[in-house]
Ligand binder design. Structure first.
Ligand SMILES: [Zn+2]
Ligand SMILES: [Zn+2]
Length: 400
């Protein structure tokens, strides 16, 4: 199948990606062979000054790739683009191969998270380079026909939907569907959920809301099997479902669906150990801010309904160690609770205690003082929320 990945120019065919990944290694290129652009595969004339192993057709593609993913992986790809060589004992060669595999897995993780993050931030053009690299590393690690390629196809599909390049998106989703069909029962429900979510997003973007609702219901069904109906991954499906209800003018359905999303996040933020990678953080912020706007507009009869979301957002930021934002959101929630319910109401008291526990020194918010204060008396408060990059991609993490 011919697939073109597009920002505005011609991008490579998916099937060419692997070959290009190999050909771009200068040491494995025959003398005189021209280098190809990392992004589009056209003849390259510019070299990355840092790794000196990555090439571009022009300045634009260099910039997009750098901002999209290369700045995060420039140094990490050096060992992978330097030939392993045949020297050493069999054990030493096996060791080097194992190291290569570990590096590829690590880069697959980084590129996937970065692509997800860019998608949640609606930076669709920048998500493409990250998703492309994720596809390349998936192919390196799992081979060209693996079901493990599906998440990367979906990332590319979703970026294309965001850029309104629907025929391209359909090509990617077809590749994903085909891989899922071939894998049949071997396909994990979380991958099926991701596929249905992408199809739902595409139909929704095209204004085909009935088809979108069906796909998103399937997303929630498979996500509930893969995780649970109350898992934050499943909340992403409910969130998209609510968006479609809203577009259809079915506000009661949208309200109920968004209520479900908020209850899932409240539950999650109460857990003692909660970890969110950067992509999950970006998704959570997108979900909560959207629902906050919805409740502010459509639920103004209940003054505290928007404040409730603001309080959840404050807890999220606190979990992510973004204390300034946590404090600002908590302050807004507190003001509303105080004026609507009074100072002595249990919710007002709860938000006030939370607000006072957030680690921010307003007078001196220099990074060093913030680190100090985070390490001092309120350490207890923030320790549960300490972010750490998960060591394996949450295969069920929503693909948008
Ligand atoms: Zn190019
Ligand atoms: Zn570089």
């Amino acid at each position: 199948m011919s697939v073109q990945i597009g920002i505005s120019e011609t991008f490579p065919k998916t099937t060419q990606l692997v070959q290009r990944g190999k050909a771009i290694n200068p040491l494995s290129n025959p003398k005189g062979q021209k280098f190809e652009c990392e992004l589009c595969g056209k003849p390259a004339y510019i070299q990355c000054k840092n790794c000196r192993l990555t090439y571009y057709c022009d300045k634009d593609h260099e910039t997009i790739d750098f901002r999209g993913i290369h700045e995060k992986i420039c140094q990490l790809i050096i060992p992978l683009r330097t030939p392993l060589g045949d020297f050493g004992s069999e054990e030493e060669r096996a060791y080097r191969e194992k190291q290569t595999r570990i590096r590829q897995m690590n880069l697959l993780e980084i590129t996937k998270i970065e692509a997800h993050k860019k998608l949640f931030e609606s930076q669709f053009d920048l998500a493409i380079p990250a998703a492309l690299q994720a596809l390349r590393f998936s192919m390196d690690v799992y081979g060209q026909d693996s079901i493990e390629l599906v998440p990367s196809y979906l990332l590319l599909g979703e970026a294309s939907i965001g850029l309104k390049q629907f025929s391209q998106a359909e090509d990617y989703l077809s590749l994903a569907k085909w891989a899922v069909l071939k894998a049949d029962s071997a396909c994990h429900p979380s991958i099926r959920a991701q596929l249905h979510r992408n199809l739902g997003l595409m139909f929704s973007s095209q204004g085909n809301y009935d088809a979108a609702l069906l796909q998103l219901a399937n997303d929630i069904f498979f996500s509930s099997i893969a995780k649970s109906p109350d898992h934050i991954t499943t909340s992403g499906g409910y969130f998209q479902l609510g968006n479609v209800f809203q577009k259809l003018g079915r506000l009661e359905d949208a309200t109920a669906t968004f209520d479900k999303v908020i209850s899932i996040w409240k539950l999650f933020l109460k857990e003692k150990t909660k970890f969110l990678n950067e992509a999950q953080q970006a998704e959570a912020v997108q979900i909560l801010t959207t629902i906050h706007s919805f409740r502010s507009v459509h639920m103004n009869s209940s003054v505290t309904s928007a404040a409730e979301v603001m309080y959840v957002l404050a807890q999220l930021y606190n979990t992510c160690n973004k204390f300034d934002k946590a404090k600002a959101c908590a302050e807004r929630a507190l003001e509303t609770y105080e004026s609507a319910l009074g100072r002595d109401h249990s919710m007002t008291v709860e938000v006030k205690i939370f607000y006072k526990g957030i680690v921010v020194d307003d007078k001196d918010s220099s990074p060093s003082s913030r680190i100090q204060s985070a390490n001092s008396k309120s350490r207890k408060h923030s320790i549960n929320g300490m972010m750490r990059r998960t060591s394996s991609v949450n295969s069920a993490s929503p693909s948008h």
